[in-house]
Design a protein around this ligand. Structure first.
Ligand code: AMP
Length: 116
């Protein structure tokens, strides 16, 4: 691990150094249940490679972002009815607390719209 990633929570989950309830994987991404779920289905989709946020990832490797979206779609299809919200918090004021890009897959009920 590099200096950037050795203290990264999600790098440790990807590496198997911390436990997670993994629900789906691809070659380049993993999905696991959020430890503090906000909906009946609340999973995080995470690239195996460390990138800080979604814009950094999109600029560096758009195919990897597409891989994450495909895995999110798979998770929502497997665990719910295939309809879902995919949220990327970017920056602390937007609610980002883990600085390894992750998409929140929110599903399993009729969702309201109170994003702010
Ligand atoms: P964010 O606030 O957008 O950066 O999202 C980080 C998410 O990671 C939060 O929803 C946390 O509940 C979740 N989280 C933190 N630690 C863990 C963990 N060890 N396993 C699963 N989810 C976690």
């Amino acid at each position: 691990m590099s200096a950037e990633t050795e203290d990264c929570l999600f790098c440790k989950i990807v590496a198997g150094q911390l436990p997670a309830d993994v629900v789906a994987t691809s070659e380049r991404s993993i999905a696991f249940r959020d430890i503090d779920p906000q909906a009946p289905v609340h999973c995080l989709v995470v690239p195996r490679e460390h990138h800080g946020d979604v814009a950094v990832l999109a600029a560096a490797d758009p195919a990897l972002l597409a891989d994450m979206v495909a895995l999110a779609d798979e998770v929502a299809g497997d665990l719910a009815d295939g309809q879902y919200r995919l949220i990327f918090n970017s920056g602390p004021r937007a609610g980002q607390s883990v600085f390894h890009v992750h998409g929140h897959v929110i599903s399993g009920k009729q969702l309201g719209w109170t994003p702010a």
